[in-house]
Structures are given as structure tokens and as C-alpha cells.
Ligand binder design. Structure first.
Ligand code: S3P
Length: 442
């Protein structure tokens, strides 16, 4: 999907001012297609994220016989086929860069009548899948990966799944969601215990589709035998995309930004808590509930950040925001220490190593550790950094340009399209001096 290389070039000296609505939430957009497809009736989605990852999920369900119209200006109409109406796609489902698609679909497809193969791009083909295939096998799934436990994932259909109780060794919303979706097709009850709270969009959305979900403390369970009834879904703005501008407005001089309609699900707001601990000025205004998910507008102004020891319980609640939080740390007074975040090493890139390498190039004292990083804030210089094809790394280093003394060039930025295709335009409108160029050289 990303044959063309894109390079970002950010000039120093910009700031961020004004109002913006960042695109729809990626996690919720994926789930709207998945649940809408296996529901009965017509599901209308607004605010859908029109980015490569969510389009991969959409193409997969189209290949399995679901009629889906759109996306057009964020509107998608899905004609659900019911829990047992998906059809054999007759070819492997290519999921691009999307870990969410691969892990959630593994569960949803483990109990179907047909065989299916899930594949992805180079980055996705390196990511750990044993975390889903092991418990799915315990449920009776016939599922194979490579010897390393990576994709392609081969799922053999026509098996009878049975519910299990699973104690997740890692706090992962993708693993939890995978098992709950498999549980819709498994005999009896499927329950998942999470070692720390993780995003709960699957549970909320299942309830929104009228499917009973039970939560008792850290354990969520579903039983098979129910049906999903089509509904309308209004997808809030993605707090993970908003996070770039929260950090940007905090570190830039004279910044004042209002981000509209941001998803404020408490399992996602760790970035706000961490930034506030660092001294950021973030006003949460106009809080409301939209389609079962809390939403608010956020006003962020420049502030003098200070280094902190990031509380480990906030790690799963801010798991996708660490690339840009490391940039905040680089601009803070003193040392910021992150621990308990080894998961960052198996995201779209090894986000600990890649961020530490880039920050060092920009003159920051950043020491990677097996499960986190120590960053000492200081003057940011310019330089040429590598995103390693990781969308969030590319956007994080772009934001660093707001405080850098020289231009920052970021290579391999095409994958920004997987989560935030309008990033450059929006960032530029708010005042970041960013340009995207085709090719490696500027
Ligand atoms: C996601 C869960 C998180 C997150 C990813 C999206 C989801 O992954 O990093 O971007 O939609 O469930 P893990 O569950 O692996 O932490």
C-alpha cells in the first residue's frame, strides 16, 4: 500500500493556534465495521476514520460478502449479515499494517464454517500473534502461524469452539477483544481477566448492539447464543491523534489550541493524566456522552513541563501515546522515567529503540531500558531521523519541530496514512511548519 516513500520536513519556529477536529477513533472505527457486519439490520456509522488500517478491515468484510457503502465524508452504511452470514472470502485477507484487524479478526473468524488466511505488510508480519493463537487454541480453534508465532495466520473453519476463562499475561485490549469475539461463537461462557484496565470499546459496542456483556471487576465475559441488533454509531475523534496536538500545544510558545469532540473513554485518557502530572495546562470542556462513549473538547495552552516518573498503572491507558510523550519529556525540565512499558517494543516498530535513537540525533539524552526509557529534557536541535515506517513515530518527531532549533527531516512517513491521513494538512493549518515530499531526499 505504501510503495511511495514520503519524507516530512519541519522548519523550526512554528506554534499551534486555533480549533481543530482530528479524525475518528481508529479502535472504534474498526469495531464498527466488525460488529456492524455480524449484526442483523443496517448499521449507520458517522465520523468513521478513513485511514488505511480501517479500510483494511472494511475490505476484509466486503470480501466475506458484506455489503458496505462508503466511506463518504465519514459515513459508512453496513448491511449486517448476522452472526452466521459471513462467506468464504476465497483468498487471503490482506490487513496491511493493522494489528487490530489481525488480532480481532483471528477471534471473530476462528468459529466460522470456512477456512481463512490473514496476512499483512512487513511490519505486521513481524508482530507477535501467539498471544491470540494460544488462547484461541485452548478454545478449540484450529489455527496456525509461522514457527515464530507470526502471520500469515491460517484459520481452519468448521470446528466447535468452547468457552474458556483466560488470565491474560499482558494487558492487551486486542487479546481481550479477540477472545470476546471468538466467545460469540463458543459453547458456554468465555471470560477474560485483565491484569490492568485496557480500552473497553469492544464491550461498550457489543452492549450498544444489544449483546449482553458482563463485567465483574477485572473480568469480562460473554456467552454465545445472542444476536447483535444494528444501530447507529457516531465515532468520536481519536484521542491518540489528538495527543500530538496536546503535546505540541504544551511545548510550543504562545500556543492555544482547542480540539473538538475528542473521545474521553477513561481507558484511553492516560495521556491527559501524564501531561497534567508534567504540568500541562489542559482544560476539559463541554463533556458529553455520544453513542455510549464520553466525548469532550480540550483546550491546551503552552506550559513549562517538568519531568516525572510515569505511574505504571497509566501505561495501558496511554499505550499508543508514548512516542509523542517522549517528545514532551525531551522538552521538560529534568528527567522523565518510563517503566513497565515493554509492550512498546512490539508495536508497529520497537518504539523504545526508535524514539531513543531519534531523540539522541536531536541532541537529547535518552536512555532506552528493556521496559521503558529515561529522558532528560534539554535543548532540541534539528536533524534527520528515521520513523521506521511507524506512523506515530513520524508524527511525534514532526511535533518536536515546534521546539527544535533547526529543521527536522523524518524519513519513511507514508504510513501516517494508516491512522491520520490528514495530519500534515491539519498540523499545517494549526501552525506547524511542516511539508511532505515524495521520495527519500528533500
Ligand atoms: C488497540 C489496542 C492496543 C493499541 C492499538 C489498538 C485496540 O493494542 O496499541 O493501537 O484497538 O484494541 P494492545 O491491545 O496490543 O495493547
Amino acid at each position: 500500500m505504501h510503495h511511495n516513500k514520503i519524507t516530512f520536513e519541519v522548519q523550526p519556529g512554528g506554534t499551534l493556534q486555533g480549533e481543530a477536529r482530528v479524525p475518528g477513533d481508529k479502535s472504534i472505527s474498526h469495531r464498527s465495521i466488525m460488529l456492524g457486519s455480524i449484526a442483523e439490520g443496517i448499521t449507520e456509522v458517522t465520523g468513521f476514520l478513513e485511514a488505511d488500517d480501517c479500510l483494511s478491515t472494511m475490505e476484509s468484510f466486503k470480501a466475506m460478502g458484506v455489503s458496505i457503502e462508503g466511506p463518504k465524508a465519514g459515513r459508512v452504511t453496513i448491511t449486517g449479515v448476522g452472526l452466521h452470514g459471513l462467506k468464504d472470502p476465497q483468498k487471503p485477507l490482506y490487513l496491511g499494517n493493522s494489528g487490530t484487524s489481525m488480532r480481532l479478526l483471528s477471534g471473530l473468524l476462528a468459529g466460522q464454517a470456512f477456512d481463512v488466511v490473514l496476512t499483512g505488510d512487513e511490519s505486521l508480519s513481524k508482530r507477535p500473534m501467539k498471544r491470540v493463537t494460544d488462547p484461541l487454541r485452548q478454545m478449540g480453534a484450529a489455527i496456525d502461524t509461522t514457527d515464530d508465532g507470526t502471520s500469515p495466520i491460517n484459520i481452519h473453519g468448521g470446528v466447535a469452539l468452547k468457552g474458556i476463562h483466560y488470565e491474560m499475561p499482558v494487558a492487551s485490549a486486542q487479546v481481550k477483544s479477540c477472545l470476546l469475539l471468538a466467545g460469540l461463537y463458543a459453547k458456554g461462557t468465555t471470560s477474560v481477566h485483565e491484569p490492568a484496565p485496557t480500552r473497553d470499546h469492544t464491550e461498550r459496542m457489543l452492549s450498544g448492539f444489544g449483546y449482553p456483556v458482563t463485567r465483574e471487576g477485572p473480568t469480562v465475559s460473554v456467552q454465545s447464543g445472542g444476536t447483535l441488533k444494528a444501530c447507529s454509531i457516531d465515532v468520536p475523534s481519536d484521542i491518540s491523534s489528538a495527543a500530538f496536538f496536546m503535546v505540541g500545544a504544551s511545548i510550543a510558545r504562545d500556543a492555544d489550541v482547542t480540539l473538538l469532540h475528542v473521545g474521553m473513554n477513561p481507558t484511553r485518557t492516560g495521556v491527559i493524566d501524564i501531561l497534567k502530572l508534567m504540568g500541562a495546562q489542559i482544560d476539559i470542556i463541554n463533556t458529553r456522552v455520544v453513542g455510549g462513549e464520553p466525548v469532550a473538547d480540550l483546550r491546551i495552552r503552552s506550559s513549562a513541563l517538568r519531568g516525572v516518573a510515569i505511574p505504571e498503572e497509566l501505561v495501558p491507558l496511554a499505550i499508543d501515546e508514548f512516542p509523542v510523550l517522549f517528545v514532551a519529556a525531551a522538552c521538560a525540565e529534568g528527567q522523565t522515567i518510563l517503566t513497565g512499558a515493554e509492550e512498546l517494543r512490539v508495536k508497529e516498530s520497537d518504539r523504545i529503540q526508535v524514539m531513543a535513537d531519534g531523540l539522541k540525533i536531536l541532541g537529547i539524552d535518552a536512555t532506552p531500558t528493556p521496559d521503558g526509557m529515561a529522558v532528560i529534557g534539554g535543548p532540541l536541535g534539528g536533524g534527520v531521523v528515521e520513523s521506521h515506517g511507524d506512523h506515530r513515530i513520524a508524527m511525534a518527531f514532526s511535533i518536536a519541530g515546534l521546539r527544535a532549533s533547526g529543521p527536522i527531516t523524518i524519513h519513511d512517513c507514508a504510513p501516517v496514512n494508516t491512522s491520520f491521513p490528514t495530519f500534515v494538512t491539519l498540523a499545517h493549518c494549526l501552525g506547524l511548519k511542516i511539508k511532505a515530499h515524495k521520495g527519500d531526499a528533500v
